[in-house]
Design a protein around this ligand. Structure first.
Ligand SMILES: Nc1nc2c(ncn2[C@@H]2O[C@H](COP(=O)(O)OP(=O)(O)O)[C@@H](O)[C@H]2O)c(=O)[nH]1
Ligand SMILES: [Mg+2]
Length: 261
């Protein structure tokens, strides 16, 4: 059994574009029971709603995990890989087009435990300056004040490392990361394009850049990640599940969360 054929619940027209990342390799490396449970938990992720303004986001107490990253950093691919769904988030060849927040839910259908927020990619050169500034403001507001924000997953292309825009974005949330109120995990994406020593170098450089956020209370992580060969997938799934204290235990078969194949 390979990827699921779980249908998208959105009312949107079917995407005409095919996903750009090939379906995951069928034989993943062996993973622990905890990782399996975490992956089953993420697999139950489903599309909830799209918001073009922060005010349109739900105002409940449900913890929210935000996915952020430069356009083309591999964010949509990473979300699809984490959810083990082919097209939950749209992988696009024309970056910078989506200027809204897509919300996903995970946990039991009748009692979601977490929202995942896919924030618009930033840094796309062809976006007009005025529009960029508007979005910068939206991102800043979201990261600095969104009450339910429990964690941020930042996708950074492992070949390029943090760009000025990535660092600026981290500034918006830095205070809350330092107090531990918001957790941070950086995925160095497309790590399949690096050899072992380049990977180690990318990791070390990112750790150095993140060092100033390290406090006794901070929960900051960084890992190599590949949607192509699933590097980092199990660790990331476990880390995310660990961020949500209410995450319901999942039995070994992932009963009740896996859609019918
Ligand atoms: N080699 C490789 N390419 C990837 C990976 N993830 C994404 N890509 C490619 O990078 C480009 C941007 O990916 P996408 O997920 O749309 O990035 P986004 O703009 O951040 O959402 C696409 O051409 C993907 O096929 C990966 O893990 N490995
Ligand atoms: Mg995308």
């Amino acid at each position: 059994m390979t990827g699921s054929t779980h249908p998208r619940k959105s009312t949107k027209k079917p995407a005409t574009k095919r996903p750009l990342v090939p379906a995951p390799v069928p034989a993943p490396p062996p993973v622990s029971d905890e990782a399996k449970a975490a992956l089953a938990w993420l697999h139950a992720m489903r599309f909830l709603t799209t918001a073009s303004k922060l005010e349109q986001l739900p105002q409940g107490d449900l913890p929210e995990v935000a996915f952020v990253g430069r356009s083309n950093a591999g964010k949509s691919s990473a979300i699809n890989t984490l959810a083990q769904q082919r097209q939950l988030a749209f992988a696009s060849k024309t970056p910078g087009r989506t200027q809204h927040i897509n919300l996903f839910a995970a946990g039991p259908r009748e009692a979601p435990e977490v929202y995942f927020a896919d924030l618009p990619g930033y840094g796309y050169a062809a976006v007009a300056r005025g529009k960029k500034l508007v979005w910068q403001k939206v991102m800043a507001d979201y990261l600095a004040v969104r009450r339910a924000l429990a964690g941020v997953v930042m996708m950074v292309d492992s070949r390029h490392g943090f760009t000025a825009l990535d660092l600026q974005l981290l500034e918006f949330v830095a205070q809350r990361v330092k107090t531990g109120e918001v957790k941070l995990l950086v995925l160095l994406t497309k790590s399949d394009k690096l050899n072992r020593s380049e990977g180690a170098q990318a990791l070390a450089a990112a750790q150095e850049a993140l060092a100033e956020l390290a406090t006794e209370d901070a929960d900051v992580g960084v890992t190599l990640f590949s949607s192509l060969n699933r590097t980092g997938l199990a660790d990331v799934a476990e880390a995310l599940r660990g961020w949500i204290p209410a995450a319901a235990p999942v039995d070994e078969e992932g009963e009740g969360v896996r859609p019918q194949a």
